[in-house]
Design a protein around this ligand. Structure first.
Ligand SMILES: Nc1ncnc2c1ncn2[C@@H]1O[C@H](COP(=O)(O)OP(=O)(O)OP(=O)(O)O)[C@@H](O)[C@H]1O
Length: 294
C-alpha cells in the first residue's frame, strides 16, 4: 500500500487544482556547462513526490534553483501563481539539506538548530524568546524527537538529525518542503520511519519533494515519482513509471523490475538476472512489451 494522500482518484483531484510549483523552460548549469536545458515540470498541492535519477543528473541543482541558491541561466520558476525572483530564497518553501553537507561538529543543540531556522526565516535577531523556544520544541515534538531537544546535534543518530532538520524546515510554516536525499545515509528501518513521517506531514497538507537514489523506497512508499537525468524522463505513479525501459533511460543500465500485486522490487542485474528470475518466478516479472513512458 502506498503512503501519502495520493491514491489514483485523488491524483486526478489534485490535478484539477492550481499548480503549487511550475518550472518553465528552465536551464541551469555551472560555468559554461549546462546541467539541464529547457526543463518543464509542474507539481500540485498535496503531492508527495520522489525525484529519482543517477548521481550527477542534476537533482540537487533543480532543488537549489527552486530555493534560489542556483541562479537559472534562462527560464522561470513559479510558486502559487507568482514568479520567483531568480536567486532569491522563496518564503513558504522549506529545505532539508543532504546530511553530508552539514557540519555536525558545530556545537549546537537540536533545539538551537530548529531556532536557527526561525531566525533565518523571520529575519529576527539571533537570540531566542520564550515563544521561539516553544515553537521549536513543538516542532521537535511533531517530528518525534522532542526528547533530544537539549542534546548536541552531533551526538544524535542519523535518523534523529534528519528529523531535527525537518523540524527546522517547518519553522516558517512552509507549503512545500524540498528534501535532498534524506534517506541516503540511513539504514532501511530509519528510511522506512522517515518516509512514514513524511507521509504523515503530507497527510497534514504539506507538499513534499524528495530526491533519492533509492528506487525501492520510492516504489514502496511514494505515490508519485519523477525520473530525472539532465532533464525530465517521465513522471507518474511508480507502478506505471518504473518499467525497465524508463529505468534504463534514466539510469543508463539494464534493471529488472519484479511485480507482485501492488508491490514493485527493482534490481540492477541485467539480462542474466532477468533470465534467472524468469525461469524461477515468471509470474512476477512484468512482460517487457508492457513498458511505457508515463
Ligand atoms: N557548485 C558546482 N560547481 C560546478 N559544478 C557543479 C556544482 N554543483 C554540481 N555541479 C555539477 O553539476 C552536475 C549535477 O550535479 P547535482 O549535484 O545537481 O546532481 P545530483 O543528481 O544531485 O547528484 P547526487 O545524486 O550525486 O547528489 C554534476 O556534474 C556536478 O558535478
Amino acid at each position: 500500500m502506498l503512503l501519502g494522500q495520493q491514491q489514483p482518484s485523488s491524483i486526478k483531484k489534485i490535478k484539477c487544482m492550481e499548480p503549487i510549483l511550475e518550472v518553465r523552460n528552465l536551464t541551469c548549469g555551472y560555468q559554461t556547462q549546462p546541467v539541464f536545458t529547457d526543463l518543464n515540470l509542474t507539481l500540485y498541492p498535496g503531492q508527495l513526490t520522489g525525484l529519482v535519477g543517477p548521481s550527477g543528473s542534476g537533482k540537487s541543482t533543480l532543488i537549489r534553483a527552486i530555493l534560489g541558491l542556483v541562479r537559472p541561466w534562462t527560464g522561470e520558476i513559479w510558486f502559487r501563481g507568482r514568479r520567483l525572483k531568480p536567486g532569491v530564497a522563496p518564503s513558504l518553501v522549506g529545505y532539508v539539506p543532504q546530511v553530508e553537507t552539514v557540519d555536525w561538529t558545530f556545537p549546537v543543540t537540536a533545539l538551537e538548530v530548529v531556532m536557527m531556522g526561525r531566525y533565518q526565516k523571520q529575519k529576527i535577531l539571533p537570540w531566542s524568546s520564550r515563544r521561539d523556544r516553544q515553537v521549536a520544541r513543538e516542532l521537535l515534538e511533531r517530528v518525534g524527537v522532542a526528547h533530544v531537544a537539549h542534546q548536541p546535534i552531533g551526538n544524535l543518530s542519523g535518523g534523529q538529525q534528519q528529523r531535527v532538520f525537518i523540524a527546522r524546515a517547518l519553522v516558517g510554516e512552509p507549503e512545500i518542503v524540498l528534501l535532498d536525499e534524506p534517506t541516503s545515509s540511513s539504514d532501511l528501518h530509519v528510511q522506512h520511519e522517515l518516509l512514514h513521517l513524511l507521509a504523515d506531514l503530507n497527510q497534514q497538507g504539506l507538499t513534499i519533494i524528495l530526491s533519492t537514489h533509492d528506487l525501492n523506497s520510492v516504489a514502496t512508499h511514494l505515490p508519485w515519482v519523477v525520473c530525472f537525468n539532465h532533464g525530465l524522463i517521465c513522471q507518474g505513479q511508480p507502478i506505471d513509471v518504473f518499467t525497465p525501459a524508463n529505468l534504463e533511460q534514466t539510469f543508463g543500465g539494464e534493471m529488472v523490475v519484479f511485480y507482485q500485486q501492488d508491490r514493485i522490487l527493482i534490481a540492477s542485474g541485467g539480462t542474466s538476472l532477468r533470465h534467472q528470475m524468469q525461469d524461477n518466478l515468471p509470474q512476477i516479472l512484468r512482460p517487457s512489451n508492457s513498458s511505457k513512458s508515463a
